[in-house]
Design a protein around this ligand. Sequence first.
Ligand code: PSV
Ligand code: MN
Length: 391
Amino acid sequence: MAGKISEQQLFEQLDDQAIELPSWAFGNSGTRFRVFGSAGVPRNPFEKIEDAAQVHKYSGIAPTVALHYPWDKVDSFEELRKHANGLGVELGTINSNTFQDEEYKLGSLAHRDPKVRQRAIDHHFDCIDVMNQTGSSDLKIWLADGSNYPGQDDMRTRQDNLADSLEKIYARIGSNQRLVLEYKFFEPAFYHTDVPDWGTALAQVNALGERAVVCLDTGHHAPGTNIEFIVMQLLRLGKLGSFDFNSRFYADDDLIVGAADPFQLFRIMYEVIRGGGYGAKSGVAFMLDQCHNIEDKIPGQIRSVINVQAMTARALLVDRDSLDQAQKAGDVLAANDLFMDAFYTDVRPALAKWRESKGLSPDPVEAFNSSGYLNSIAESRVGGQQAGWGA
Ligand code: PSV
Ligand code: MN
């Protein structure tokens, strides 16, 4: 429990925040209608890391980069790791990919054909080999598995297949590594998805063991879902492993986190803090999972981490002692007022001060924009194939 905290205490708490960036946010992306390219987009994972390092350089809170495999396949992960370290960042979560091969048309780890399942399991073994070279501790699994039509496949058998496949992957991860299972209620499968919700993800990871946890992607819920309730419950059960942060208006929009509903982000961060999920030692990893289809990608990522930091700061300002008293007294309006008071606090001046105390610019987006980096990559990254969602 904590009362209203001082600026000094707020700053100390903010020092404990780290947000992981997705390598794929720096490549071209779009919709099934059009992918708009832009000058200077990375042509390989090394250049993606260079761009990610810019986000950390100006924000001070994004020290790691998640990779997607095989999109980020390189000849030497040792080299990629050195490259990252030289730029002041580290390699983080390895995201597996069983959603783009012909063989996975009807699924991967839950497929009815044992040969396809084995192929998908082997892919995860490859991911674990990569983790051992990159020093990554989390293997994140999101599956496109599911069906489009009622009766198309047997949901129960697929669930059993999935459990069996996950068990084999779990048996392979190291004692300092985790298996993180991400759920999504639909898409690309439109009728049923094999890991549609937190309940299914939880049941599957519970069957595996302690080092299997759940990833909550904020874009993967039906409209109106009380996401902070799920955060509370997974933390309560010790099974919240990580976040994929982004914003949605309609479906899995992958927009800038905090852009669509900053209040929801505040409520989520409040439950994170309340439930012991905040800080380096908590075991909860905070990642972005976003695409920047029409805006500049690097400032888009800087804006994103700042949005998370801002709603974290507001959530840290909730006077929890007074809130607890109001709740116990059944004072509905006072409790709600205390909560909203923190949400309505403008933390921008405090965050600017926090940045200055770290030798950073008070306005990271402006500092980045005036650094000339975008022009320099537009001029130097000529030729080759720009990275896109999928490579
Ligand atoms: C699926 O929609 C997802 O959220 C998973 O995390 C994938 O790995 C990622 O998007 C790809 O962008
Ligand atoms: Mn995700």
